[in-house]
Design a protein around this ligand. Structure first.
Ligand code: FES
Ligand SMILES: [Fe+2]
Length: 473
């Protein structure tokens, strides 16, 4: 078991995260040693969302992304192959690429001009003949590339760990949910593109405040978002009292908190009582012609999935461990940048084939809603930005956080194996599921300790015990 040392004594991580009682030490969110361990044990090992293929449509296209604290280059080489490279020169570490996005024939380092092809090979070194005497083996000094990369229905994921399981295995019961998030509104796979560029800003709080709250903390909304709920920022304007979400037709379903305790992925999603897709309900009442497009594509989707149960479809919000939150309209990434700083990224999917007026209408809506200039998420930031410093003090750290909402009030449903459900009101079960996975990643010596989640490779949806974490639910 990994332990960390602090002036007030040696404790292990399970003393800090007590999931049986729902009590979690503030140190998990503010301690520098724990944070250093997270970078290595979590960000050096997990599959991380890097970007989307629409950002690098043509050979030579590139866009910068992040994996943990480190910057990466997502690029498409001249043969059309997508790569993810660490953005650092192998000579003396300079950022090889200093532009957020663009198109390049090669990446030439601004320091001493080592030059890399878009496939990562080192192809040019000044003085190679006259001063390196042709003795430098360029084949050994290409850009550092991720150990594994997966293009999953257009979304690009990567890991630094060659022993990580396949991305589909990593997703477990959430693999369809992620797939659906990148479908066009007519149900076509990989049918979306992202608006460019990403919204990016820094929040003075630990990365887990955002990453573990989203898709798991609906209890905050009534208080935190009181003002925006009254501001009618939704596409329907003031119809039915306003609101921030589009109008939707009813469909027989049960919504709840759904989590894979074993894998750490969670969502606020639905189980359906009938197959198919809900009717479209006009909601873009202030934007002429926009509803026509969505109504037509919904009809196509309804026919396509008429006989299928789309349990856990991405119309709700969900989170892929450790730091990607998404739904079928937006992607939120929570990049650590020091124990008390998070770089928050927002990107938005839109149908590739949607007409311009539809894309523009959606862009205006997401900008009203999201990011530092939107009027919803600024409410959340206000809380996290103050909760972090108010948790730093020596005395403050004596008092743990409370994660007891809905504790031990969950159940299973055979229609969605491997998923724990909390549907009796607000619950912090999804946050507990991430903390459960957090402990396992922080303790594990390698992927062998945390995957497969059962020795026989099967998960039947029942909680496991015997590893020190209680199986009660
Ligand atoms: S640091 Fe890149 S060429 Fe020297
Ligand atoms: Fe919120």
């Amino acid at each position: 078991m990994v332990t960390y040392i602090k002036g007030r004594g040696d404790r292990n991580l399970r003393d800090l995260v007590d999931l049986e009682t729902g009590v979690v030490s503030r140190e998990v969110y503010v301690n520098e040693d724990i944070y250093a361990q997270e970078l290595e044990q979590i960000y050096g090992r997990a599959w991380l969302l890097v970007g989307h293929e629409s950002q690098v449509e043509n050979p030579g296209d590139f866009v910068l992304g992040r994996m943990g604290e480190e910057e990466v280059i997502l690029t498409r080489d001249r043969k059309g192959q997508i790569h993810v490279f660490l953005n650092t020169c192998r000579h003396r570490g300079m950022k090889v690429c200093r532009y957020d996005d663009g198109n390049a024939l090669v990446f030439t380092c601004p320091f001493h001009a080592w030059t890399y092809d878009t496939d990562g090979r080192l192809v040019g070194v000044p003085h190679h003949h006259d001063a390196y005497f042709d003795e430098l083996d360029k084949s050994q000094w290409g850009l550092a590339e991720v150990a594994q990369m997966c293009n999953y229905y257009g979304s690009i994921w990567a890991t630094w760990d060659p022993k990580a399981p396949s991305f589909e295995d990593y997703l477990g019961p959430f693999k369809q949910t992620v797939r659906w998030a990148f479908q066009a509104s007519d149900g076509t796979d990989a049918g979306v593109e992202l608006y460019k560029p990403a919204q990016r800003w820094r929040l003075p709080s630990n990365w887990k405040f955002g990453a573990f709250s989203f898709a798991g903390d609906s209890a905050h909304a009534a208080m935190t978002h009181l003002s925006v709920n009254a501001a009618a920022i939704g596409p329907q304007g003031e119809v039915e009292g306003g609101g921030r979400h589009p109008l939707a037709a009813p469909f027989p379903s049960k919504r709840g908190y759904m989590s894979s305790r074993e894998l750490g992925h969670v969502g606020q999603l639905a189980i359906y009582e009938q197959p198919g897709v809900a009717d479209y309900r006009d909601t873009w009442l202030l934007e002429p012609g926009v509803d026509d497009y969505w109504r037509e594509t919904r009809e196509i989707k309804k026919q396509k999935f008429a006989n299928e149960f789309l349990h856990m479809q991405s119309d709700g919000q969900f989170h892929i461990w450790p730091n990607a939150t998404m739904s079928d309209w937006r992607i939120l990434m929570w990049h650590p940048h020091g124990v008390g700083m998070t770089e928050s990224w927002r990107q938005y999917q839109v149908d590739k084939n949607a007409p311009k007026h539809v894309k523009d209408a959606k862009r205006r809506y997401v900008m009203r809603y999201c990011g530092p200039a939107g009027i919803t998420e600024s409410d959340d930031m206000e809380n996290w930005n103050y909760a972090h410093p108010a948790s730093l003090g020596m005395v403050a750290q004596r008092y743990p956080y409370n994660f007891q909402l809905g504790l031990h009030h969950n159940h299973y449903d055979e229609r969605i194996p491997g998923v724990t459900i909390g549907d009796r009101g607000p619950s912090e079960e999804n946050q507990r599921a991430r903390l459960r996975r957090w402990v396992e990643f922080m303790e594990a010596g390698s992927w062998d300790d945390i995957f497969p989640v059962r020795k026989n490779g099967k998960s039947n949806g029942k909680p496991r015990g015997g590893n020190g974490i209680s199986s009660s639910w």
